[in-house]
Design a protein around this ligand. Sequence first.
Ligand SMILES: *Cc1c(COP(=O)(O)O)cnc(C)c1O
Length: 485
Amino acid sequence: MRYVSTRDLDGQSASFSDILLTGLAPDGGLFLPEHYPQVDSATLARWRRVLDEDGYAALGTEILSLYIDDIPTDDLRGICERAWNGEVFATDEVVRVSKLPESSDENGGIWLAHLSDGPTAAFKDMAMQLLGQLFEYELARRGTTMTILGATSGDTGSAAEHAMLGREGIDVFMLTPAGRMTPFQQAQMFSIDDPHIHNIAVAGVFDDCQDLVKAVNGDAEFKQRHRLGAVNSINWARLVAQVVYYFAAWLRVTSALGSDDRDTRQVSFAVPTGNFGNICAGHIARQMGLPIKHLVLATNENDVLDEFFRTGVYRVRASSETAQTSSPSMDISKASNFERFVFDLLGRDVARLRKRFVDQLGNEGEFDLSMTPEFATLGERFGFLSGSSNHADRVMTMRGLHADGVLVDPHTADGITVARDFRAEEPMIVLETALPVKFAETVVEATGVEPEVPQRFAGLLEADRHVDDLPNDAAALKEYIAARV
Ligand SMILES: *Cc1c(COP(=O)(O)O)cnc(C)c1O
């Protein structure tokens, strides 16, 4: 399999291991495979046996080997087994599914796919654990090392640190906005005591942290000398890792429903969305032939993406226009993975893509596809539906479910809220993206009870903190990094 950039007019291609460590394409575009491998119902039937008999990592190996042909399959199997197992995740199943109690049986009901049983209790572990194993493997193969510099508002940073912890040849420098993450998110990062993991609290907000990362990366000499790399959500390996759980969730729900037509049964997915990363993997799974009827995109008050799917206008927000909400991991002003979907929507026409993303977005901060034939047929061809949720909605959803004995986090509540609006005829799988314990304040507001702290996080909030304070200053950050790697 070869990979192309969404912005490359020459259509040059690269291999998986070349794009693994680079992230963004040199032309500023995002990498996508030249085509999506197709699976039919016979393959799905075989994968059902693979998942049942050999487990999640074995299914992952099957799917990943369609996209990765420059890592020997035996090595890839080892990578998947080390990333996805019952020691890293809370269950041997890795991704459980459960049915919501309210669901009627007629249409198959509303299900949760539990993506947050990993080390940091958010779905980002699903992809980040694989990335850690892939990076370690590829760096060793090339005989080199890497310094990961990132900024986080919460979930990404802790997932990255826990995935890179102990991986040979990797140092992590993670910037956080001082005092702005939830107590649990802070504890997850700052409790790590390891010479290769560096937590930095910047006197500023998340945007300042991101600007610092950009400024340091803008110094080409520094970047090269310290072999700076990233783990951001536009990395293709993260997406392909996420494709696996769409297949696993579909297999588990259709098995549980037990109908004769299970290998062709259509289900829909509802996905709480920020950067369009999670749901982009659903788009890819659907393009591969997984029987997905609808992909229901759910935003919070920051409804950039809902607006696009309703109106055809994609308008990036200024950070001053980006609301701080009670589902903070979806507080985005621009969806970094969205370009991939638009590339497919526009028939992979690089010139048209560039006109929208480079010219119009660059100059005007928005583009409008409402008058294009592609937008007119978008829902039908790509299955997307969209909606948004707000604080009152998510609190109501959490409160109602809690009365029925189910506790969900605010982001998952956004997904459920929007999914219910489209009460579909087919089974609906909502992707659970975090455990309630990560967002205790909102859980208490909604339900009046403190979320349970899973056994594996006991004592975390009391652990010693390992974090250094830095001013909002690129020179100080460079000095800090240079003194440590
Ligand atoms: C990152 C995150 C999201 C949004 O995922 P995207 O891939 O950015 O769309 C939703 N919920 C939680 C809990 C997250 O951490």
